[in-house]
Design a protein around this ligand. Sequence first.
Ligand code: AFP
Length: 329
Amino acid sequence: MSKTLQQFLAEQFSAGNIDQQLSDLLNAVADLSKNINDKVTHGALAGVLGFAGTDNVQGEHQKKLDIITNEVFIDGVEWTGSIAAMASEEMDHSLSTPAEFRRGKYLIMFDPLDGSSNIDINAPIGSIFSISEAPEGKVTDESFLKKGRSQVAAGYVMYSPQTILTLTVGHGVYMFTLNLGTGQYILTKENIRIPEQTQEFAINMSNMRHWEPPVQKYVKELLEGETGPLGKNFNMRWVAAMVAEVHRVLCRGGIFMYPRDNRDPSKPGKLRLMYEANPMAMLIEQAGGRATNGHEDILDLQPEKLHQRVAVFLGSKEEVDRVTSYHKN
Ligand code: AFP
């Protein structure tokens, strides 16, 4: 009989890997993702496509689904009794659990819909979440600013041909496929390992002239293939949704890069540390890969702002080690 997410979480609880509050929170995230999946798959039929006419804290034009999915996340976790507060790409500041609900021991951060530019062209999108322990007493934005290595759980839901929830609670990486008929998430991949070597890379090549020299050098070597120093040919992918890139890396290896570039020195990259890079870095390391900002492991970075950006190099260890070493020389 196939194992459901609920069964998996009950086993993790029995093994002492998670407590009841974390189990309840993860079950709630899985449930709310089904709501998001329903809205995403109905698209134009549900009138959820297009721009909302507002901007988020990043100064980005929000899509209707960005706002809708943010509300779905808030409504889906605030009542669990598992969280003290939450933070989101779509909210300027963190939100403490309303007084009507029991305060829990965890903080949750999320990008409710990653890949917004893919929404209106029916390309892959996803939700990313990160969970850590809350401090005693009042929670502020600063309470969230802990190194990624302190996360207790991280994961994403990818909305694509299949709806797949990928999760780690610090003891390996597991994937669950949503059975639309029964509404259950079924375990379909376990103890995922990323091959140390790869012949596949992902980067937005249109930004090449803005990259720093180590990235210019590395990508040039990738393009030289077997005629260059790496001695093998590489394939390229770019899906424009981090969830889809990370999913591919977990499934078959590869290196995904979103480096800092010289366009805007105030923005050391496009991706956000707290609710994109950190949760993905936990998944990648738990699967035997590596994730750095070009200089050090992402999980060891001390956050300074809730919405700060970071350069990201993640995936097969051999290639992430290589491009990171180029930053040292
Ligand atoms: P949007 O949510 O604005 O589409 O950005 C998605 C993202 O943050 C990340 O998921 C992608 O890997 C990356 O940006 C794509 O960036 P480009 O639009 O520069 O290709």
